[in-house]
Write a protein that binds this ligand. Structure first.
Ligand code: TYM
Length: 332
């Protein structure tokens, strides 16, 4: 059976981008047709300036949002990265296969490091090695497919390269994974700045729809989305980025095609109104289920405990094989 692995990082409240680009498909498709693991990657949240209590809070919230989005622990494994030591164990071994140059070429590293420096902060070494830990997440489980949004494909490519390199040098150990993405909304853009991604870690609140935003807040954010001074509604990602983003969001929420949907509108106002309602309806069941789960924290904890146990058992044989392959002496 196809093995699927993916994760979310608890660095901020989860967004419509996370949902449309990744989580929705995990729940609707991946968990039903594959042997899937979904992980709250809390170790990754320590790579930038962080508040420990906030990371813990966001990790719990992310886990409960994964379940609220429809992940079913009867069908898939849901767990927290730091509960399974194999991730960190394998990450070190892969650091001995990856190169410094490879890390410095990563787009997300360049962007995030620049942002940290602009803020006057220093860049954590773990930010540089972030993609190696991500490769460890993926390779530890013999993953075939990694369902992600557009922004993660370069990292998955690196995981592929490291798997191939390790296998060539030290004997066949890892499955070589590949990224899969959604047909639309692979990169949901910020509503206030449609040239940049709707990212949970950025501080531009009005441009970001959070999964737990109240319906009226969602409506306000979508109605105030930046578009352009044109009048006709056309789908053109290059020239009309704001409009294209709204059409993609609407398409993702309603199952339509962005270019075809454009033909049905002759005003921006009507498009925004329909998009706002489509987003509200798409997020409604997630918010409602999340509220129920908040009333039952013991259930979420139980799911995470079971998930960590299952994940550990799945990862250990591969990580042990990598240790042996690279030359480490097995314990007696
Ligand atoms: P993260 O937490 O930033 O995002 C989680 C998932 O949501 C997708 N996504 C988006 N898709 C479309 N439009 C957007 N605006 C948008 N924003 C986020 C991401 O592509 C991702 O699929 N490095 C990863 C977490 C990670 C991981 C892994 C993923 C760590 N280890 C192993 C897969 C496999 C990250 O920061 O995702």
């Amino acid at each position: 059976m196809t093995r699927v692995f993916s994760g979310v990082k608890p660095t901020g409240h989860l967004t419509l981008g996370n949902y449309l680009g990744a989580m929705r498909r995990w729940a609707a498709v991946d968990q039903h047709r594959s042997d899937a693991l979904f992980c709250v990657v809390d170790l990754h949240a320590l790579t930038v300036d962080h508040d420990p209590a906030r990371v813990r809070r966001l990790s719990r919230q992310a886990a409960s949002l994964l379940l609220a989005a429809g992940l079913d622990p009867e069908l898939c494994t849901v767990f927290v990265q730091s509960h399974v030591d194999e991730h960190a164990r394998l990450s070190y071994v892969l650091e001995c296969v990856a190169t410094d140059g490879e890390m410095r070429r990563m787009i997300q590293y360049k962007e995030k490091a620049a942002r940290e420096r602009e803020r006057g902060g220093s860049v954590r070494l773990s930010l540089l090695t972030y993609p190696v830990l991500m490769a460890a997440d993926i390779l530890a489980y013999g993953t075939d497919e990694v369902p992600v949004g557009d922004d993660q494909t370069q990292h998955v490519e690196l995981a592929r390269d490291l798997a191939v390199r390790f296998n060539q040098r030290y004997g066949h150990t890892f499955v070589v994974p590949r990224a899969t993405g959604p047909a639309v909304a692979a990169r949901v853009m910020n509503l206030q700045d449609p040239t940049s991604k709707m990212g949970k870690s950025e501080d531009t609140g009005p441009g970001i729809v959070y999964l737990l935003d109240e319906p009226d807040v969602v409506r306000k954010k979508v109605m105030r989305a930046v578009t352009d001074s044109g009048r006709d509604v056309v789908y053109d990602r290059e020239e009309r980025a704001g409009l294209a983003n709204l059409l993609e969001i609407l398409a993702a929420c309603t199952g339509g095609d962005p270019a075809e949907l454009a033909g049905g509108y002759d005003s921006y106002g009507a498009l925004k109104k329909d998009t706002a309602e489509a987003v509200v309806e798409t997020l409604r069941p997630v918010r409602e289920r999340h509220k129920e789960l908040c009333a039952d924290p013991g259930y979420v904890e139980g799911v995470l405990e079971d998930g960590a146990g299952k994940a550990r058992a799945m990862a250990r044989p591969t990580v042990d094989a990598a240790y042996r392959g690279i030359g480490l002496l097995p314990p007696a």
